[in-house]
Ligand binder design. Sequence first.
Ligand SMILES: C[S@@+](CC[C@H](N)C(=O)[O-])C[C@H]1O[C@@H](n2cnc3c(N)ncnc32)[C@H](O)[C@@H]1O
Length: 187
Amino acid sequence: MSSTEDWYFGYCFLDDPDEELTEFLERVEEGKALDIACGSGRNSFYLESLGYDVIGIDMSNIAIDLINEKAKQKKSKVRGVVSDIHDYQFQEKFDIIVLSYILNYFLRSVEQLGTLDKIINHIKIGGMIYVKVPYSDEYIGSVSLKEGMLRSTLNESNWEWEIIYDEVKYKAEDKNYGTYSFLAKKL
Ligand SMILES: C[S@@+](CC[C@H](N)C(=O)[O-])C[C@H]1O[C@@H](n2cnc3c(N)ncnc32)[C@H](O)[C@@H]1O
């Protein structure tokens, strides 16, 4: 395995679905979900298990080959598409868009390129956005995301939003590092 593959397998390819997604999302009769930077698809397959029709995008061919291979094995309808988050050409609106462990990599470019605006424009009324990032009080990026960036982008949009969950969770043994999760619904 190449070192690039090692990197992806080490950091990106977790198996269990995101804890807060499992806590807060409910089953749906039907719905469309977009899992941005899906990796090998732990959250995509979870969303499908709740009844969503799921597209997962990732800039990595390795990730998308894996998610599509898994989908074939599981007889799943999850579709993996190679795309950079900034270039993704939206063809439709979604009932939920998930950004799990991705905004932390390039907050500034997301702001500058209006990528977050594009994303929230493609959420249906009644649909949700979910963001998860690693969080540390010492890391300005995650602090700015929590303290304002997400809420101000939503506030400046053309819609009202209900904030369903907006919390940092620290590991019991370490109060410096944790995760930040944000779930909001477009009203
Ligand atoms: C830490 S993994 C997270 C995977 C998955 N969302 C999860 O929570 O398990 C980050 C993923 O983001 C992808 N990625 C990084 N930059 C990206 C970009 N600009 N556009 C799309 N995907 C990107 C990487 O290829 C990698 O699969």
